[in-house]
Design a protein around this ligand. Structure first.
Ligand code: MG
Length: 367
């Protein structure tokens, strides 16, 4: 089987909550998502999705996805999309870095592989565990009482895991964590994610001020070294995210005992092939994971569900359903939340069918 065409659509994804805010005053109101299609000489077509969290979260931006596809695409025509490790080597040889550009092609190629095999991706990626996976809800940065109210509202929708967007003024963040912890019940899970927003001394202060609370601290500071210094001074279970973008730093963090949980994102690693490699390594090393992506709609959520549900449940700390945050649906067949959980499709491949009327015209088309 050979890749005959690579194309992409640009889709705007507005939010039900209107604006999503996190550390340092960063916010997004309409997400700019790229839906990537890979067409083969057999007629099979696979889809992927790449949706950066704005241009200022990870080293990725929406127009960069499309520009990268125009650069990389011509090197992949004629390659076999079902030979995924080989395809990834070809991508890495043709374009250094830019893992988020490669992510959409890799997801679409897995979709083709699954369709050709007649199997859902989660079963190809290790096996389907259980009926469904537990979701967390990201709580946009707001005043403390508002965040506690939002957590209460999402609890009523079935969520039991919450990730607070902190990383602002440390005194307000302490109040945010306290206000939300006060409304949670037993068995519920709270993460304070600073998204690199605190300086080292601020992170240590926040940690000490909430030392009595059952809360995880995620990526407090910008650099790995700052995070490690904070981790060594506070008692909370600790999550690394933004700094962990390849196997080298993952192994270093394991060696330093720098985290208890790691947040792995499909596009941050470079696709399903690479997140699966990191996921399997984490299982072997005994590290639990949040498995997700930077953002996205139905297709990204479908891919997230497959990597999450093919992970042994005790290692799946949480995952999320980004398609429930946005007002536009780009595909049928994507997972939908039931009681705070979602299930990967039982259809072959990703199990989604794009809505051509929503996708509109192609903005990248390489053959
Ligand atoms: Mg995070």
């Amino acid at each position: 089987m050979k890749i005959a065409r690579i194309f992409a659509h640009r889709v705007e994804l507005p939010l039900h909550e209107v604006t999503y805010k996190w550390s340092g005053g960063k916010s997004v109101t309409v997400f700019d998502s790229t839906i990537v299609g890979v067409e083969t000489d057999t007629g099979l077509v696979g889809y992927g999705e790449v949706c950066p969290l704005g241009p200022f979260y990870l080293p990725a931006y929406a127009e960069g996805v499309r520009g990268g596809l125009r650069e990389l695409g011509p090197h992949l025509i004629g390659e076999d999309p079902t030979q995924l490790a080989k395809l990834n080597r070809t991508m890495d040889a043709a374009l250094k870095g830019h893992p988020y550009v490669k992510s959409g092609i890799d997801i679409a190629s897995w979709d083709i592989f699954g369709q050709a095999a007649g199997m859902p991706l989660c079963e190809l990626m290790g096996g389907r565990y259980g009926e469904s996976v537990p979701l967390y809800r990201a709580i946009s940065q707001e005043p403390p009482e508002q965040m506690a109210e939002n957590v209460s509202r999402y609890r009523e929708e079935g969520y039991r895991r919450f990730q607070l967007k902190v990383g602002g003024d440390p005194d307000v963040d302490i109040a945010r964590v306290r206000a939300v912890a006060a409304v949670l019940g037993s068995g519920e899970r709270l993460v304070a994610d600073a998204n690199t927003g605190w300086l080292q001394h601020e992170a240590v202060r926040v940690g000490h001020a909430v030392r009595d609370l059952d809360v995880y601290i995620e990526q407090p500071c910008l650099t790995y070294e700052e995070c490690l210094a904070v981790r060594r001074q506070i008692p909370h279970p600790f999550v690394l995210d933004e700094n962990i973008d390849d196997l080298g730093i993952l192994l270093r963090a394991r060696s330093d005992l720098a985290m208890d949980v790691v947040n792995l994102k499909i596009s941050k690693l470079g696709g399903l092939t690479k997140i699966r490699q990191a996921r399997d390594l984490c299982v072997s090393m005994g590290i639990a994971m949040t498995l997700e992506d930077s953002w996205g709609g139905d297709i990204a959520t479908a891919a997230i569900a497959h990597i999450a549900q093919s992970t042994p449940p005790e290692f799946l700390f949480s995952t999320t359903d980004f398609n429930s945050y946005v007002t536009v649906s780009v595909a049928d067949g994507a997972p939908h939340r039931v009681n705070g959980r979602m299930a990967a499709s039982t259809s072959s491949g990703l199990g989604i069918r794009p809505k051509s009327d929503v996708l509109g015209r192609r903005v990248v088309d390489i053959s």
